[in-house]
Design a protein around this ligand. Structure first.
Ligand code: GLY
Length: 321
């Protein structure tokens, strides 16, 4: 499991300190990030990719393999993935599979990637509109999360990251939940750094115990069973927004089963709303359930939902398909 998650300010200018000495570096860089921070990355061979779910495909992967082969990259190459969750997924998958696997690291440039997507070692591509249907588990050598990069992150993307932070708090850190309730984290970088660290610690703690998602790691899917279906059926919501809707749905299911106090469900919904996140969708439930059944989180004849029991405590529910 990657322990080398470096979270702080002023880290990007120090990037070269973190790279393995003497290795050839090929950077796979989000086109938006390249437009803003190209000066830092021009020192490397760069493969520029467009960060959209539609491009997170095997076709894009084929192009990356071809570029690596044409440039003569061998098993000694170091791949540096630079961007948000889509690009870290693409770069991680490319590194895990090119020549049966080469070393890699990430510069996570969105809040969502700094909290969640760059950490954990899962990577993958979408197949036929279904998310992450092909992928691998492989850990990066380091993840560099410089909060200064969030200065240029659009507000909507910042909020999407907050959905994953709130998810991490519900899964395993009640104090983090209270911190998010009581502070405007975007306005205070040192608090933001502490909050990102706390969220990453929730994730690392769980992943260390269950790297390949045989059991406990599935807790991190809170909001994702429903959220992935929402993402699949509409272009209206980004990943964090869809997860927000999924968390509220999970709370509703949990209250219905008598597992969660309605007041706690209201507190969770209130915090998501405070961050401007959507909490419902008018997509037909039948359509959503159909998409859920096709999602990879459907397991044989069962569908798994993660339900909150309290802030900081969740449990898995396996329902009949
Ligand atoms: N890359 C995201 C995860 O491993 O959970």
């Amino acid at each position: 499991m990657v322990k080398n998650v470096i979270i702080g300010q002023g880290l990007l200018p120090r990037l070269n300190e973190f790279l393995p000495a003497g290795k050839r570096v090929v950077a796979i860089v989000d086109s938006n990030v390249y437009a803003l921070y190209g000066d830092t990355f021009r020192q490397f061979e760069c493969i520029i990719v467009e960060a959209s779910e539609e491009k997170k495909t095997l076709e894009t992967m084929g192009k990356i393999y071809s570029q690596l082969i044409e440039s003569g990259a061998d098993r000694g190459v170091f791949i540096l993935g630079v961007g948000g969750g889509i690009v870290t997924d693409i770069a991680g998958f490319a590194a895990a599979t090119y020549m049966r696997g080469v070393d890699f690291g990430f510069v996570a440039t969105t809040l969502l990637a700094q909290i969640d997507a760059s950490v954990g070692g899962k990577n993958g591509v979408n197949i036929g509109g279904y998310k992450n249907m092909a992928g691998t588990f492989r850990q990066p050598l380091f993840v560099l999360s410089d909060v200064d990069l969030l200065d240029t992150l659009p507000e909507r993307e910042f909020r999407a990251g907050m959905a994953e932070m709130i998810k991490a708090a519900i899964v395993g850190d009640a104090a983090l939940f209270t911190l998010i309730e009581n502070h405007d984290l975007r306005a205070d970088k040192s608090l933001l750094i502490n909050a990102i660290r706390a969220a990453v610690e929730v994730k690392i703690g769980i992943v260390e115990r269950d790297e390949t998602e045989q059991g406990e790691r599935r807790k991190l899917n809170l909001g994702h069973t429903f959220g992935h279906a929402v993402e699949k059926l509409t272009r209206q919501f980004n990943h964090g927004e869809a997860v927000s809707i999924g968390i509220v749905e999970a709370c509703r299911m949990s209250v219905e089963r008598g597992l969660l106090e309605p007041s706690t469900a209201a507190r969770i919904e209130g915090l998501l709303k405070k961050w401007g996140l959507p909490v419902e969708t008018d997509l037909p439930r039948g359509e959503l359930m159909k998409a859920i059944r096709h999602d990879k989180k459907a397991d044989g004849d069962a569908i798994r939902f993660v339900l909150p029991r309290a802030i900081g405590e969740v449990e898995e529910l396996k329902t009949k398909n």
